[in-house]
Design a protein around this ligand. Structure first.
Ligand code: SF4
Length: 764
């Protein structure tokens, strides 16, 4: 026996393939990516060809994530490949946008002057539907209120040959899983939970709208070569423990920034015990640890789901390609996590952050210790994270058992189906009946309370209270805009059972409830079955307060920026919700001027610990952040923001970058950035800079004037300098790092990535 190096083995394999000229190639078979699109085929041949080149170059076993990512390289020969260091130019297979982010993406795409999108693209109307009284009425109201936007998206998609999913059809990620995701594919989506498609073995990444526009325009997508975190699953999931508990546990281990710059790759024998939709749940909530995406290897459970959704051809094709849809033996990971599913307990995460993980058996104790409001006001199941047939069936089994004991829910209880397909099926199969019979309220197939589209009436603003959801995100005020709402995240099973307990201290695994007959009973383990989209010109009314055509941002004037005021020095956590709030602002996502009135209004000013109250350094008066920024802009004064760690975490919304740019900002200088937001800022022509020494954050005073030195020789890897002029006349200089590459520096100089693209299109 001799050991051949990977390189030698590959060379021999190709020689053999070359000699046998008639050997079939994987690309000889044409399988459509989706039943809904003609002429767009799965391109496994590109992966095969790219990997042959990459294997020769790297000469080492590859992880699954590497195989799919490098399999989509634009130039496998010439591309630098170093995990965590190089920037990859990639060719995603498709693009998905939700309605809130799609407005700006479509407006930008229109200004690029293209006839049609270079890759299949879909737009999904799910974020703008407010939950109030129940699915049918809420949907009708939303269609009325958002008519202009829906009409624009419908006619725009028709004009440019994009897929359109009307309001009520379902939530983007569930629709993608049911119709478009496929093993080994690569997709970008203008929503941070795009990784949901990793449940079907896809590299699916949340991006800003500008990235989506690039790919729609046929420009390669740029991504820092991801590190890979391996999560080895052993044992078997069962009882009250669900796939959601895997990601709740992982979030507790890795925290909200532990996945930054990495793909989380699940593997091991435990994977086979997870349903495909369960794997999607795990990947979906991987966004909460900042991961680039999460994914699973192709397996029998994926094939079952593909078959159940009438895509048996894709399952068979993936089976033929399965050697490239799993990691190589001996693949190396940047970090390793072991989880024994047989020992994993249900978890409840929160409040206020999704990485505060508490095992169910310790939760009541934590509630008391931390004085969290014990009464459970509302229990909410569904959303894109947990709305599969399996999720709904298991929750319905709990509701049925409670009904048998004569119980109604004690807390309010809402159900959000992820798609019309799921809703219609669970109506036919009785799960909706089971929920309604115990007092559940079925909401529209849309984001609703998950994105703050919730006209909540049961508590007043500021009143401390607890809610529990099977959603993914629980930052302060996310669901109901009430900063005193303690939002916890758990599996749909735990959420449903707790609705009957009515208290955060109720443990459905160990505690009993009293039935209407006065007899105590304990819930049985939940059970449930795993399985069962316009040519019109898009017109924008100049008087519209919902849509506004974009004007290009000004290019850099080539001068050293001097004497810039600090608009705000942000203290502590600053998510994209703090920078560009959701809720009532969502309706302005197609109108940059209007939505910019929410810029940074949630961020806390380090000077006075207040939100939306900053000193105007020219007039000396205090005012709102957007108004002060606009004052500076209208006087021709550029400004900077100073921020803390992980600035811009959370939702991928590009408005958080567009707004400061629109209001005249030049630089955002922070201790560290969340990946998507950093890229979004660069795309809009802003300087995204980090303190070389994190403690230098403390040296900047909110009243400082600053110069940014070194831009005349702005280059990759070369630090810039922040020159501070304090109010008392003293001065100091601090080194600033950045992650701009040559291409991104060109975006800054051109004023934005889109400006550069438009100039190239005109041949300038
Ligand atoms: Fe909608 Fe919530 Fe899913 Fe985002 S996380 S797509 S807001 S349901």
């Amino acid at each position: 026996m001799f050991n051949l190096s990977h390189r030698t083995a590959n060379a021999l394999r190709r020689m053999a393939a070359g000699m046998a000229t008639a050997a079939p190639r994987i690309g000889d078979t044409k399988v459509p990516m989706s039943l809904l699109e003609k002429g767009a085929y799965i391109n496994y041949q590109r992966i095969e060809d790219n990997l042959a080149i990459v294997r020769d170059r790297l000469n080492r076993p590859l992880s699954l994530a590497e195989k799919i990512v490098y399999g989509h390289l634009d130039d496998a020969h010439g591309q630098d490949i170093e995990r965590g260091v190089s920037y990859l130019k990639l060719r995603p297979d498709r693009v998905a946008c939700q309605d809130a982010t799609a407005q700006m993406a479509l407006l930008q795409f229109m200004s690029a002057g293209m006839d049609t999108a270079a890759v299949p693209t879909t737009i999904h109307c799910d974020h703008l539907i407010e939950a109030q009284v129940g699915g049918v009425k809420d949907l009708a109201r939303a269609i009325d209120i958002n008519k202009e936007v829906y009409d624009f998206l419908a006619t725009g998609t028709a004009k440019y040959g994009l897929g359109f999913w009307k309001p009520g059809s379902g939530i983007i990620h569930q629709i993608i899983l049911e119709n478009y995701a496929f093993p080994g594919g690569m997709m970008i989506g203008t929503d941070s939970h795009t990784p949901n498609a990793g449940g079907l073995g896809m590299v699916a990444c949340g991006v800003g709208g500008a990235d989506a526009v690039d790919v729609m325009a046929g420009i390669p997508w740029e991504l820092k070569c991801p590190k890979v975190i391996g999560v080895n699953l052993t044992g078997k999931i069962g009882g009250w423990t669900t796939p959601k508990d895997v990601i709740l546990k992982v979030a507790g281990i890795l925290t909200v920034k532990g996945g930054t710059g990495a793909i989380v790759e699940y593997k091991g024998p435990g994977v086979e015990s997870l349903s495909c939709t369960g794997m999607a749940t795990i990947c979906n909530m991987g966004a909460e640890i900042g991961a680039t995406t999460s994914m699973f290897p192709f397996n029998r459970r994926m094939a079952d789901y593909l078959n159940a959704t009438k895509r048996g051809d894709i399952a068979n094709y993936a089976q033929q390609f399965s050697h490239n849809l799993k990691a190589d033996e001996g693949a190396e990971y940047d970090q390793h996590i072991e989880i024994n599913l047989s020992e994993l307990e249900p978890h409840i995460n929160g409040p206020f952050t999704p990485d505060l993980a508490t095992p169910l058996s310790k939760f009541a104790e934590e509630v008391k210790k931390n004085n969290w409001p014990e009464e459970l006001k509302v229990a909410l199941i569904g959303s894109c994270t947990n709305s599969s047939y399996e999720d709904m069936s298991r929750s319905a089994s709990i509701a049925k058992e409670a009904a048998e004991h004569g119980l109604d829910v004690k807390s309010k209880f809402t159900i959000t189906p992820g798609s019309e397909q799921v809703r219609a099926t669970i109506e036919r199969d009785g799960q909706i009946g089971a929920f309604e019979s115990v007092g559940g309220l079925v909401l529209a197939n849309a984001c609703g309370p998950c994105i703050g589209q919730w006209d909540r009436q049961d508590v007043k603003k500021g009143e401390a209270n607890s809610i529990i959801t099977s959603y993914n995100r629980n930052f302060t005020g996310r669901n109901d805009a009430n900063p005193a709402t303690h939002a916890f995240v758990a599996s749909p099973d735990i959420v449903t059972a707790m609705a009957f307990g009515g208290s955060l201290t109720f443990n459905p695994v160990t505690d009993s409830l009293v039935g209407s007959d006065g007899k105590p009973f304990k819930f049985s383990e939940p059970n449930g079955n795993e399985l069962p989209p316009l040519g019109y010109d898009p017109a924008v009314d100049p008087k519209s307060d919902r849509l506004q055509l974009l004007k290009p941002f000004a290019p850099w004037d080539g001068k050293t920026p001097t004497d810039l005021p600090v608009l705000i020095k942000v203290a502590g956590k600053c998510t994209t919700d703090h920078i560009s709030a959701g809720g009532p602002w969502l309706k302005y996502r197609g109108h940059l001027e209007n939505i910019s009135q929410n810029c940074l209004i949630g961020a806390i000013n380090a000077e006075n610990s207040e939100a939306n109250k900053v000193k105007n350094q020219i007039t000396g008066e205090y005012g709102g952040v957007p108004q002060t920024a606009a004052y500076y802009r209208d006087k021709g004064i550029k400004w900077v923001v100073i921020g803390d760690h992980n600035y811009g975490e959370g939702s991928s919304r590009e408005h958080a970058a567009l707004e400061p740019r629109f209001l005249g900002g030049l630089a955002i200088i922070v201790r560290s950035f969340a990946r998507i937001h950093e890229t979004n800022l660069k795309k809009q022509g802003m300087l995204a800079l980090t303190f070389v020494n994190a403690e230098d954050y403390e040296k900047v005073k909110p009243s400082d004037r600053v110069d940014i030195l070194g831009l005349e020789s702005f280059a990759p890897g070369k630090n810039l300098t922040l020159a501070l002029k304090h109010e008392d006349g003293s001065k100091e200089e601090l080194p600033l790092a950045h992650s701009f590459n040559e291409g991104q520096i060109a975006w800054f100089k051109a004023g934005s990535a889109l400006n550069l693209m438009a100039a190239k299109a005109k041949g300038q």
